[in-house]
Design a protein around this ligand. Structure first.
Ligand code: SF4
Length: 229
């Protein structure tokens, strides 16, 4: 990869921050797992529920699940089969139950305390890059990106596309995502991008004309040019 070619303009990052955070202040969504009172358990479980699932679907399912399994220890009492059944209403129950089951076992062993070393967290089976980043961000308040298909869509459209198919290994996208969330309030910018991805920069039919960052968006410029040609 040519680093020079892929270097991202700092001013463009500043423009992105300013406008996305302003948009989020007025249009951001509210979810129970974002409340100040949410426990670390609730924050991390919600991330498992949100993976490849619409936030609205997860939000409707979340209260019942938290009510039934209010802590790591309660969750650790359930079998994988029980969890699979409990998770069926939001889909992906097989893989989600596997992950929740592994998380619960591990957290029971650790008496509810996450390690604070990134490599140690990532080495725990079933945690993976996304959950590790979620723990670093939501439990420890560190500037780690919740980089999934939605965040990557916004970043790629605005700043330019990745070079590898797997988000986890794309050096350009990873570097960009870390730069983007490197702010004093990293949770806010992560949530802002995820909400923006769901409500404006949607996978299908993005609302480009009304988008607050369209004047510097690569995707918008290319598409506008195509329409003129
Ligand atoms: S202009 Fe369109 S593609 Fe670009 S960030 Fe806004 S909604 Fe997304």
């Amino acid at each position: 990869m040519n680093d020079r070619k892929r270097r991202v303009d700092k001013q463009k990052i500043g423009y992105f921050h300013l406008n996305i955070l302003h948009w989020f202040k007025n249009k951001g969504r509210h979810f129970p797992w974002r409340n100040k009172s949410a426990s670390n358990y609730e924050k991390i479980i919600s991330e498992v529920l949100l993976q490849r699932t619409k936030a609205g679907t997860a939000a409707r399912f979340y209260p019942g699940f938290i009510n039934k399994y209010p802590s790591w220890s309660k969750l650790a009492e359930a079998t994988e089969e029980e969890l699979k059944e409990a998770l069926t209403p939001i889909g992906l129950q097989k893989q989600r139950a596997k992950r929740v089951f592994a998380l619960a076992r591990e957290m029971k062993k650790r008496r509810g305390r996450f390690p604070n070393d990134r490599e140690e967290i990532e080495s725990i089976p079933m945690f993976g890059q996304y959950i590790t980043n979620a723990i670093m961000l939501l439990v420890y308040g560190k500037p780690f990106p919740l980089l999934d298909v939605n965040m990557s869509r916004v970043l790629e459209r605005f700043f330019g596309p990745r070079e590898m198919s797997d988000i986890r290994y794309d050096p350009y996208l990873q570097d960009l995502a870390y730069k983007i969330v490197n702010l004093p309030q990293p949770q806010q910018i992560n949530w802002a991008i995820l909400d923006f991805a769901a409500l404006v920069c949607r996978a299908r039919a993005p609302l480009c004309k009304a988008c607050p960052i369209n004047s510097r968006c690569k995707y918008y410029k290319v598409n506008e040019r195509k329409k003129r040609d």
